[in-house]
Write a protein that binds this ligand. Structure first.
Ligand code: ADP
Ligand code: MG
Length: 707
């Protein structure tokens, strides 16, 4: 036996990932089974060669013939034109971009196989930018798969990776026979059969059944996926139902005492909207249960989630328990802190403040107040979940802008809160209730499968009296007009945000952008205080700038995206976003939501620049168009999914979100019904198989689901 001091054998150093490997990881394709489940978007038929004579305009075909002519012409523009003759007829291959290697392969006399879309007809056929190679070798027996991919991951590499994964993956059946013979919408193939078929279908397959995902092989995958989803939700529900939380009843109050909740409600300067009232009662009902609440509160930017959170917090205090509120950035946490203090202090409630940047003495004081229970509410950044924080009796945790926290942090939150509770002894094993808030709504069809076992409350209306924000897309060349517009707003006593993008690869670049803009605006608006805010400023300086703006002393705030989430300055009426083409859609919507919070008409200017390119890329254009066309966060989320398409869509899997990739809860309702029926029986009678099944489909995400 090695002595205890012996060093563990040195581990081989992990090799750095190559570009394509990184791209695979980005798609969530880590395990063999992930690769095997990465299904083609479409197929190319390289199994046949069609005589040129038989091709028609618009056909996608493969042809083969001898090069009889090859030339580079200059008019109407420079291009390579190659004539292919197969004995039945000729076809011209045209290339607008080409390399010397193209010309070499396609030299006169070569026998070439080309694949593409035929244009023209009987008299003059051509293919523009066909794929091609020298003829020879056998024709493949199956259709060639084309997989969803991302930049930096070539099809050929991905095909090899998938083929390898398919060969190695454990595809043994997990669904017991009894379940595949009962109440089935149709007979099921085995998983192995179905996957081999879908990756390499025979050429005579009815393509419509693959594209429409109605083929029996597709049915098998949809059934598997829906079953995995049902199983994981059941597991998660089971785990939560076994957990205990303190029911928050108004027991601590005397009959004559008016609850903090009612007092706060009375003092608010506005009336709750019906939507706020509805979600408030949904939360209240959860808080009275013995099972920990696990609720997502979603509402568009500016819909008034903070006050709903405050009302939940005072309900918790009414029952005699502590509440913690956590925000992703210090600025946002501080803003909550101020707002909550202004609401709660008059009611005699003490609040503690916790962040990473705090002085030791201040922090020690806060920790003492939290441990003694003197502070009924704790507000802060993720400093709130650190080990040293021990609560006297925490019963409710609220996380704002939860999508900004990583899965790991959300997990840490739950486990650390439990540890903290256990330190308090008597309530060993209890969990706090959890309320998560987000302004990035999940489209309704995805909400149920996004997080297993998560209840969702939605604020679906804005407070009255808001005028919709008018959004304009403006070329960078017209900056001067935008500055004029700012002048106008300032003259009316309004305030303005100017946001510059954060360039990940080069943090210093983003500073140049922001500082240059700051200087230019300061010079153009000599009578206005123009502030600058970026992520690398010391916290104290950030706070000072932010409070000048919040207090209305600063007319224009130039910032990088640090202000993205949650900041609330109702007097701000104009948002200018520089290089808007570089932002994601939901980020643009969040930024725009910083204005239009008061009654004044507000506007958002999306400045774009095409750089050296003649025009904006297609997806950037689609994003800006969506911003102009709608102010509705749900519609924005839907368009976002549509624009991002399958590649990035799959990327969402990494975040632990078990999105349905293959099945659709509407079109596959019959399979959903089957899965609902089978899941509880499978969990009860075949627990090990159920576990394997969930692991196969959810992989690393399963860990998250159980949390
Ligand atoms: P978000 O949902 O984006 O977090 P906030 O909670 O910051 O929104 O609320 C946006 C603004 O609307 C705040 O200034 C808030 O005080 C105000 N507000 C919230 N609820 C109402 C209401 N029912 N009537 C009028 N104003 C409201
Ligand atoms: Mg907010």
């Amino acid at each position: 036996m090695p002595s205890p001091s012996a060093k563990p054998p040195s581990q081989p150093k992990p090799q750095p990932l190559t570009g394509p490997q990184k791209a695979l990881a980005k798609l969530g394709l880590r395990r063999d089974i992930d690769l095997a489940l990465h299904l083609p978007l479409r197929y190319e038929d390289e199994t046949r060669i069609v005589p040129i004579q038989n091709t028609r305009d618009g056909d996608m075909v493969q042809i083969q013939g001898q090069v009889t002519h090859s030339e580079v012409t200059l008019a109407p523009r420079r291009q390579l034109r190659v004539t292919l003759d197969d004995g039945t007829d000729t076809c011209v291959l045209r290339f607008l971009n080409f390399y010397p290697s193209h010309q070499k392969t396609l030299s006169v006399g070569a026998l070439v196989r080309a694949r593409g879309e035929i244009r023209g007809g009987f008299v003059h056929r051509e293919m523009v930018h066909p794929s091609f190679k020298l003829a020879g070798g056998e024709l493949p027996a199956a259709l060639t798969p084309v997989y969803p991919t991302v930049a930096g991951l070539p099809q050929a590499y991905l095909r090899r990776a998938v083929l390898g994964g398919l060969g190695r993956a454990d595809l043994r059946e997990t669904i017991p026979d009894v379940f595949t013979s009962q109440n089935m919408p149709c007979r099921l193939q085995s998983l192995g059969e179905a996957l081999s078929f879908l990756h390499h279908p025979p050429p005579d397959v009815a393509l419509a059944t693959l594209e429409g995902r109605t083929h029996p092989a597709w049915q098998r995958l949809k059934a598997e996926e829906l079953l995995a989803q049902q199983l994981s939700q059941l597991q998660a529900r089971g785990v939560r139902a076994a957990m205990r939380a303190p029911p928050l009843l108004k027991s601590g109050l005397q009959n004559t005492q008016c609850s903090l909740h009612d007092q706060l409600l009375e003092r608010l300067p506005f009336r709750l909207t019906p939507a706020q009232q509805r979600v408030g009662s949904e939360i209240a009902a959860d808080l009275q249960k013995h099972i920990p609440m696990h609720r997502l509160l979603q509402g568009d930017v500016g819909s008034g989630k903070t006050v709903v959170a405050a009302l939940a917090a005072v309900r918790c205090m009414d029952a005699g328990w502590q509440c913690a509120l956590m925000a992703p950035t210090e600025i946002l946490a501080e803003q909550h802190f101020r707002k909550l203090i202004s609401w709660l202090e008059p009611l005699g409630i003490q609040t503690a403040w916790l962040t990473g940047s705090q002085k030791t003495k201040e922090r020690r004081q806060a920790l003492a107040m939290i441990a003694s229970g003197q502070a009924m509410l704790v507000v802060g950044t993720h400093a709130v979940i650190q080990d040293k924080v021990v609560f006297k009796n925490l019963a409710l945790t609220i996380i704002d802008e939860q999508h900004r926290f990583g899965v790991a942090q959300r997990l840490a939150l739950r486990s650390k809160m439990t540890t903290a509770d256990e330190a308090a002894g008597e309530r060993c094993g209890q969990e706090p209730h959890l309320l998560m808030m987000t302004a990035t709504p999940i489209p309704r069809t995805l909400a149920m499968s996004y997080y297993a076992d998560l209840d969702v409350s939605t604020i679906d209306e804005l407070p009255p009296g808001r005028t919709p924000i008018v959004t304009k897309v403006v070329s960078d060349a017209r900056r001067a007009e935008v500055v004029e517009r700012i002048r106008g707003q300032i003259a009316e006593g309004r305030q303005v945000y100017w946001v510059c993008p954060l360039i990940e690869e080069s943090e210093s670049m983003d500073l140049v952008d922001a500082t240059e803009t700051h200087e230019a605006l300061s010079a153009a608006l000599p009578d206005t205080l123009v502030g600058l805010l970026h992520s690398r400023m010391p916290v104290a300086e950030k706070k000072a700038v932010m409070s000048l703006f919040t207090d209305g002393l600063m007319g224009v705030l130039v910032s990088t995206t640090v202000i993205e989430v949650g900041v609330d300055v109702p007097n701000a009426s104009l948002m200018v976003i520089e290089h808007a083409e570089r932002f994601g859609l939901s980020q643009l919507h969040q930024l725009r939501g910083r204005v239009g919070r008061g009654a004044a008409a507000s506007a958002c200017v999306l400045l774009y620049s095409t750089g050296d390119a003649p025009r904006l890329g297609e997806t950037a254009r689609a994003r800006l168009k969506a911003m102009v066309e709608t102010n509705d966060g749900f519609e924005i989320a839907r368009r976002d999914l549509e624009i991002r398409g399958p590649g990035e869509f799959l990327g969402a899997r990494q975040s632990g979100a078990p999105l349905l990739r293959f099945a659709d809860v509407q079109t596959d309702a019959a399979w959903l019904a089957w899965a609902r029926g089978v899941a509880p029986k499978m969990l009860a009678q075949h627990a090990a198989l159920a576990e394997r099944h969930v692991l196969r489909w959810m992989g690393g995400a399963a860990e998250f689901l159980k949390a």
